[in-house]
Write a protein that binds this ligand. Structure first.
Ligand SMILES: NC(=O)C1=CN([C@@H]2O[C@H](COP(=O)(O)OP(=O)(O)OC[C@H]3O[C@@H](n4cnc5c(N)ncnc54)[C@H](OP(=O)(O)O)[C@@H]3O)[C@@H](O)[C@H]2O)C=CC1
Ligand SMILES: O=C(CO)COP(=O)(O)O
Length: 331
């Protein structure tokens, strides 16, 4: 496909702002849309997003706006960076301004709750003229905003589209790998959040580093099985957007999902743990288990997370249930 000159970034939170910086560093003409006027003013004026990236002054200027039509004008590609559960609504809002055939890169990590659809399928329903793509991998927004070295996967059904998007966003501090596996990239991104909550809970409850490593490894088995059942490629699941992101978020307090899990672990039950920050795994846990059931894939760890969050199981009972499952051969 032709070179990508102008990119609209939809969503002025931590990741939207960081990805707008990525696109600007790569030499693209960038417009960032946020619905919060104070955030837009701070980005345009002080080169900061104090609500979502406190303490970081950007290395370059960005153009932000609260006007969706202005942000979308002439965009050859769109980065959609609002929470997963808002994808349908926001895709519908940008639809009137989206150039037909423009790639829309999904940067959220989750599964739509009501429908059980991956976000690329949500996009196909809400904005059928767009070409769905996804960007995912081990990448904290604050690290990326600070220009720390990061590598991610960018996937699209047509690999030449993924190649073009990778070329449009690459810079010496941001290295995308192109992929044709749109499903695998999305499954990894959604599942790792659920598993990071489990690992955080282990940390918060004081169950030790050995338990956390075991959970990460067995969690990877869940992620791989679900991915395989949905048609993901093995190299995607072991790649940046699968194992890479799982390892990052299951081991760092910088992860909001892991931090949510720690709070959950300290409280022992779900309702007291909400901290106000976005933890996408909360919304993906049950729907992932439901998708697994439909495909004959058991997800015991994700199921335990869903049950604890749903209030039907305490953390201590969840651990006992996991530890006393029938013994089996490792696979
Ligand atoms: N932060 C990170 O390190 C990374 C995040 N991601 C993923 O990116 C997605 C977004 O995360 P992140 O940017 O960190 O989240 P934040 O909580 O930092 O920001 C969310 C942004 O989305 C906006 N928003 C929320 N609901 C709507 C809506 N209905 N319509 C329009 N805008 C809306 C918020 O606006 P308002 O301020 O007005 O509420 C806010 O600007 C998540 O799926 C996350 O998993 C992926 C990789 C890294
Ligand atoms: O996806 C992320 C890093 O790759 C960010 O993780 P959290 O949403 O848990 O902060």
């Amino acid at each position: 496909m032709a070179g990508i000159r102008r990119i609209a970034v939809i969503g002025g939170g931590a990741w939207g702002t960081a990805l707008a910086l990525v696109a600007a560093r790569a030499g693209r003409d960038v417009a960032l849309w946020a619905r919060d006027a104070a955030t837009v003013d701070a980005i345009n004026g002080a080169r900061e997003n104090p609500r979502f990236l406190p303490g970081i002054t950007f290395d370059r200027g960005l153009v932000a706006t609260t006007e969706l039509e202005t942000a979308m004008r002439g965009a050859d590609a769109v980065l959609l960076v609002t929470p997963a559960q808002t994808t349908r609504e926001v895709a519908g809002r940008i639809a009137p301004f989206c150039l037909p055939g423009a790639p829309v890169i999904l940067a959220a990590k989750g599964i739509e709750r009501g429908s059980g659809l991956l976000l690329s399928d949500v996009l196909r329903e809400a904005l059928p003229e767009a070409v769905p793509a996804a960007l995912s991998g081990p990448s904290f927004a604050a690290d990326v905003a600070r220009k720390l070295p990061t590598a991610v996967t960018i996937a699209a059904g047509d690999e030449t589209v993924a190649d073009a998007l990778s070329a449009a966003l690459a810079s010496p501090s941001f290295r995308p790998y192109a992929s044709g596996d749109l499903i695998g990239v999305q499954v990894g991104g959604a599942l790792k959040n659920v598993l990071a909550i489990a690992c955080g809970a282990v940390e918060g409850r004081g169950w030790g580093a050995s338990a956390r490593a075991a959970l990460t490894a067995r969690g990877f088995v869940e992620l791989s099985r679900l991915g395989a059942a949905l048609g993901a490629r093995p190299e995607t699941l072991t790649g940046l957007s699968g194992l890479g992101d799982l390892v990052l978020t299951c081991s760092s307090e910088q992860s909001r999902n892991f931090a949510f899990g720690i709070a959950l672990g300290k409280a022992g039950t779900a309702p007291m743990a909400q901290g106000g920050k976005l933890a996408e795994g909360v919304f993906s846990a049950q729907v992932a288990v439901d998708i697994g059931k439909r495909h004959g894939v058991e997800l015991p760890i994700s199921g335990a997370v869903a049950a604890v969050l749903g209030g039907s199981l305490s953390l201590d009972d969840a651990l006992e249930a996991l530890m006393t499952r029938p013994l089996k051969r490792e696979s």
